[in-house]
Design a protein around this ligand. Sequence first.
Ligand SMILES: Nc1ncnc2c1ncn2[C@@H]1O[C@H](COP(=O)(O)OP(=O)(O)OP(=O)(O)O)[C@@H](O)[C@H]1O
Length: 704
Amino acid sequence: QRAAVNLSQKIQNRFAKSAGRGNIVEDKSSIGKTSRWFHVAGLWEPEIPVNSPNLIATVVLAAMILAALVVYLPQPTKKDLRVGVRDDELKIEGGNVVDTEPIDLAFEGLTLELETKSGEVRTILDGVRGRAQPGRMLAVMGPSGAGKSTLIHALVGRVKDNTKLSLYGRRYINGEPVSGDSLLPAAFIEQDVNFFPHMTVRETLHFRVELKLGSLLSKHARDKMVDGLMDQLGLTKAADTVVGDAKVRGISGGERKRLSIAVEMISSPSVIVLDEPTSGLDSTAATSLVQTLRDLADSGKTVIAVIHQPSQHVFAKFDDLLLVSEGKLMYYGELHGVRSYMESYGHPATAEMGTAEHILDCISRLPIEEETKDEMNSRMERLIYKANSNPLDLGKMATDDNGTTEFTMVSRGGPKAGIITQFRTLFKRSFREVIRGKTTLILKTVQQISLGVIYGGIYSLGTNQASIQDRFGLLSLIAIGSANMAVASTIRSFPREKAIVSNEIASKMYRTLPYFIGKALSELPLVAVFNGIFGTIVYHLTGLSRMKGKFRRFLGLLTTHGLASEAVGLVIGAVSPSSDVALAIFPAVLVLNIIFDGKNISEENTPRLLRWIPKIGLIRWGFEGLCVNEFDQLTFDTKGPRRGPVAKFGSEALDRFGLGTNTLGDIVKAQLSITVVSWALSYIGLTLTGQKYLKMQSFKSDSD
Ligand SMILES: Nc1ncnc2c1ncn2[C@@H]1O[C@H](COP(=O)(O)OP(=O)(O)OP(=O)(O)O)[C@@H](O)[C@H]1O
């Protein structure tokens, strides 16, 4: 008995010490107003001499200002355009975008080298040349891995920046050389274009038209343009169907391809470059899509498309052909001449064999019929030699300076739409996505209700001493559970959205800031609703305190906690290149947050270097807020079952974990600070991780 009394005394002493510790740092009156704010946000620690948290705040603010300056200050125009080719300044006449000037695109010496892990250099493209002209369609064909996709990315200036890659070559537009860092003003349609799945075809086009042409067109003219584009690309039937994705049933594969062309056609670009537009389509859909491209070419556009195993119908719609194999040019010329060309080099096709199939056989390093290995190699060498030595007119203009002066294509200015239109349009899109994801909405509702019922079925809080432990346990689980859910759902969806958004920002449709504000605000109502559902059930079933105002404050605190958690999810998503990376980072972030949630490790025993973590801890502030709200003014029976020392008042119970030194106001401010700083970090992350492209250096031989 004596030992038990001693132990109890020891524990009480320890708690008393812990309660005292809660007051050690707390002479807030001596801290100025601003410092107090930092203190609340966990960014100020008066008694730590090296003020690292404060340093973090300063660095974050400085980085934000720098990022804002980089993004918002007018970018200098590199060099004026010397020829009639325009940048992305659009001209509008009679409510329509005036067709941009036809573009004749020629290229030579396109070479891409990759430094492999062993230090060797692998040549992915090897001096490819060719020409694409207005009113004509150029097909790029070759075996798998030949370099077709790389070639068209290089042509438009979109080979992703990578220190292991070196890109060489020269491009000419209407005979004049363009600089290596020029992004061609071309519609570039990748193989898989991502769209927001819950928007209809019409809404997707409206969104783009509004942001791309902004105030240049009236509402009526914008509607007319959207109808015109749908008509031109055969999308009228699907106008009011949602676009969909792998999970959401939407328009067909062919219609998706058409939509990706339609969104690029808004600014009526002169060049249309497509990476395998027919892949995944049946032969009727493929033929009909290529006919649409044919119509565009006939209207004066320059069309370049990588095609894979085309049917004879599809193949015959092209005018010119560029064949590559192992990164080397195998043929460039008119399409109708290729069969006889191969025949003239000793590779006749049987009558029943399709031309496309035959030429792929001719340019693949695989034996044709009885061919020996040497014969196969000599066939390849002969074709490579001929393709590269045949004279080719690139339409180069004679210039005084031997064509060495390049002109740079730059996109002048920022988005066409004003900042308010950008914000309004982006908010509308985000909100629509949030509320139209019916399956997600239903699942989340069921999830919140069942969680509330589970907690309600387990916990039954009274006012005895044991209920103190139950209260702490329940509130801790609520804080952990709702943070986990909010962060996880944000990082699952955001990286995919980021891919779309980064492209849209890169094409100067809008700025990062209005996107962020629109996204954050659009999610707020749903955070409040779901927390409301869960909070109402759990609050009433478990028997949390019914004192006046506490339930309302409980819901408010859950909402600010949810908001802060979503913001943290956004940072993880913004700095991660993919969902997989984000999901890999997430457990570590969550575990750290749980460890330092305020009750799992005491402040005294926290390694000194890690003491800043609880100050910015998501769960710590959520847990503390819920506890302060619940225990405030609560009294407990001093008899009956108990865990640890007796606490008559709620404040004594709070003291056990060193809680209760911050007011609810302080806690909400801390949660809002976490939210704002997380938004700022995500904004910086998104701005700094924007896509960069490799600059094309002049010919390989020049630089060797
Ligand atoms: N950034 C890169 N890093 C490493 N290898 C690359 C890179 N870009 C291209 N390659 C390699 O270059 C080769 C050509 O790739 P590319 O995608 O251009 O081929 P493709 O002809 O379009 O093939 P497919 O028809 O199968 O799509 C491939 O072997 C690819 O792995």
